[in-house]
Design a protein around this ligand. Structure first.
Ligand SMILES: [Fe+2]
Ligand SMILES: [Fe+2]
Length: 273
C-alpha cells in the first residue's frame, strides 16, 4: 500500500480500532498457559521485549521535544502509538507470570530506574544534533522508527515460530497485527519525507549507516541485544528473515538502495558467544 501523503497514512491508521481491545483481552486463554511447555531460553527475550515495549514513552518524550514532534500528523500518530506499545509489555509480563517465571513485581519502576545515564546523555546530544536540521530530521526519525517496528514485528513472528506455545502464539499474533500497522505508518511517512528532498535522503542514510543499533540497545546493553538476536535469529534462515522483512523493506525507501546495515548487525550479533 502506497500513500500519497502522510495524512492519508494517518487516516488509514485511525480508520481501525486497535486489535488488542476488550474482547481480545477477554478471549485470552490464560488458564491454558501451564498446559504447554516453554523453553527457558526464551525468558531473556520476553523480558527484553516487555521492557522495551514499556519504555516506549521514553522515546516518545524525546521525539516530542524535537522538531519532528511539531509535525501535526506525526504527533497525532504517536499519541495513539504510545498508548498501544505498553499494553504489549503488560501482556508479555502476564504471560511470564502465568508461566511461572515470576517476574519482579516492581519491574516497571526498576526498568525506568535502570536506564543508563549514558542513554539520557546521548538522547540530549541527539536532540542538539537534530535541531539545526529542523523538520528535515523527521525523515531520520521515521526511517529509524520503521526499522524498529519491522524488527519488532519480525522478532515476534520468529519467537512464536520457535517457542511454539499456543497461548504465546495467540498473544503475539495479535500484537504483531498492531506492529504491522505501526511499521507501515513509519515506513510510509519516511518514504514521503525522503522523497521530498535529496538532502533528507543523504542525511538519513548517513545516520542509519553509521549509528543505527537494534531496537532497545542503549536502554539495554549491547550484550542484552546480542543475546536476544542470537536466540531468535542465529538458527537456520534467521539472518535471511531479517534481511527480507526488515533490511530489504527499508532498502526500498528513497536513498536507501543497497542498505546492509541491518543485516550486517544481525549477522554480527548472531555470531557472538
Ligand atoms: Fe509493541
Ligand atoms: Fe510497534
Amino acid at each position: 500500500m502506497l500513500f500519497a501523503t502522510a495524512k492519508d497514512a494517518l487516516n488509514w491508521y485511525q480508520s481501525e480500532d486497535r486489535v488488542i481491545n476488550k474482547s481480545f483481552l477477554d478471549s485470552v486463554p490464560w488458564k491454558d498457559v501451564t498446559l504447554h511447555e516453554i523453553d527457558k531460553k526464551f525468558l531473556p527475550v520476553l523480558l527484553y521485549m516487555r521492557d522495551i515495549e514499556t519504555m516506549t514513552e521514553v522515546y516518545f518524550e524525546e521525539l516530542m521535544k524535537s522538531p519532528t514532534g511539531k509535525d501535526p500528523v506525526i504527533r497525532e500518530f504517536m499519541e495513539r502509538w504510545v498508548t498501544e506499545e505498553p499494553v504489549h509489555g503488560e501482556l508479555l509480563n502476564r504471560f511470564m507470570e502465568e508461566a511461572g517465571f515470576n517476574p519482579d513485581a516492581d519491574w516497571k519502576a526498576k526498568g525506568f530506574a535502570l536506564i543508563p545515564v549514558s542513554y539520557t546523555k546521548r538522547s540530549k546530544l541527539n536532540q542538539l544534533i537534530a535541531m539545526p536540521f529542523g523538520k528535515r530530521f523527521a525523515a531520520v526519525h521515521m526511517t529509524w522508527g520503521a526499522i524498529n517496528e519491522y524488527s519488532t514485528l519480525t522478532g515476534y513472528r520468529r519467537l512464536w515460530e520457535l517457542a511454539d506455545h499456543p497461548v504465546l502464539t495467540y498473544l503475539l499474533k495479535a500484537i504483531a497485527r498492531e506492529e504491522a500497522r505501526h511499521s507501515l505508518f513509519y515506513w510510509s511517512v519516511a518514504r514521503i519525507h525522503l522523497a521530498e528532498s535529496r538532502f533528507s535522503q543523504v542525511l538519513s542514510r548517513n545516520i542509519i549507516d553509521r549509528f543505527w543499533t537494534p531496537v532497545g540497545q542503549g536502554i539495554k546493553t549491547e550484550a542484552d541485544s546480542n543475546l536476544v538476536i542470537r536466540t531468535l535469529f542465529a538458527g537456520e534462515g534467521g539472518v535471511d528473515t531479517m534481511k527480507k522483512f526488515v533490511n530489504d523493506r527499508v532498502a526500498q525507501l528513497p536513498g536507501f538502495e543497497n542498505l546492509t546495515r541491518v543485516t550486517d548487525r544481525i549477522t554480527q550479533a548472531s555470531m557472538t558467544v
